[in-house]
Design a protein around this ligand. Structure first.
Ligand SMILES: Nc1ncnc2c1ncn2[C@@H]1O[C@H](COP(=O)(O)OP(=O)(O)OP(=O)(O)O)[C@@H](O)[C@H]1O
Ligand SMILES: [Mg+2]
Length: 179
């Protein structure tokens, strides 16, 4: 995988498959402590301890057929290769929190990539799910909450072409302002 935004998309897809209605994505970049942190939190069906163990270390299984995929291990690997850390917390029927951190200027750190397109895709393809996106760069932040946007839109669907175009500009402008 070339970009962190694609890992984020993968992890968010797990949250979507877990029937989440609220997905929160947090990204914090801080030059002073040379750290990039990505947090993805959902209120989906969660995982029990047994599944959580398997997911954290898919290669310990002796099975020949894979019961869990590689989305999480790949993201974990990307973080650990960059002197970072990785953590998943999950509770059945409560939800899941995935946290990955990276040494910001590590030579192997993948670039964040096109977060505005990634976000737009997630939001418009899953218009029933509330997304909260919080991105902070050296103390300057951008927040997007699709619940608030939907409330302002009233009966107009968030997938209306004009709204999607507006949303695209809004996200791009928001991210340009903090970077
Ligand atoms: N947010 C989540 N909520 C509930 N279960 C989850 C969540 N994330 C992962 N899981 C469980 O962990 C498993 C492994 O996830 P992972 O992303 O590593 O692989 P996958 O989604 O099965 O396959 P893929 O390689 O396509 O991503 C999932 O199949 C799912 O059972
Ligand atoms: Mg997955």
């Amino acid at each position: 995988m070339r970009e962190l935004s694609l890992h984020i998309l993968d992890i968010v897809n797990n949250s979507i498959k877990a029937d989440s209605t609220l997905i929160e994505i947090g990204i914090e970049e801080d030059d002073k402590i040379n750290k990039l942190t990505i947090i993805i939190k959902d209120n989906g069906k969660g995982m029990d301890d047994e599944l959580l163990k398997k997911v954290n270390d898919p290669f310990t299984t002796s099975r020949t057929t894979r019961t869990v995929g590689l989305g999480i291990p790949l993201f974990k690997n990307a973080a650990l290769l960059c002197g970072g850390s990785f953590d998943i917390k999950s509770k059945p029927d409560v939800g899941t929190i995935v946290t990955a951190s990276f040494v910001l200027n590590h030579i192997d750190r993948q670039p964040l990539g096109d977060m505005s397109s990634t976000l737009l895709t997630m939001i418009t393809a899953n218009s029933d799910i509330v997304f909260v996106y919080h991105h902070v760069v050296n103390g300057k932040g951008f927040i997007l909450n699709t619940q608030q946007i939907k409330e302002r839109l009233g009966n107009v669907p968030i997938t209306t072409p004009e709204v999607v175009l507006w949303l695209k500009d809004y996200i791009q402008e928001g991210l340009t302002n903090i970077i």
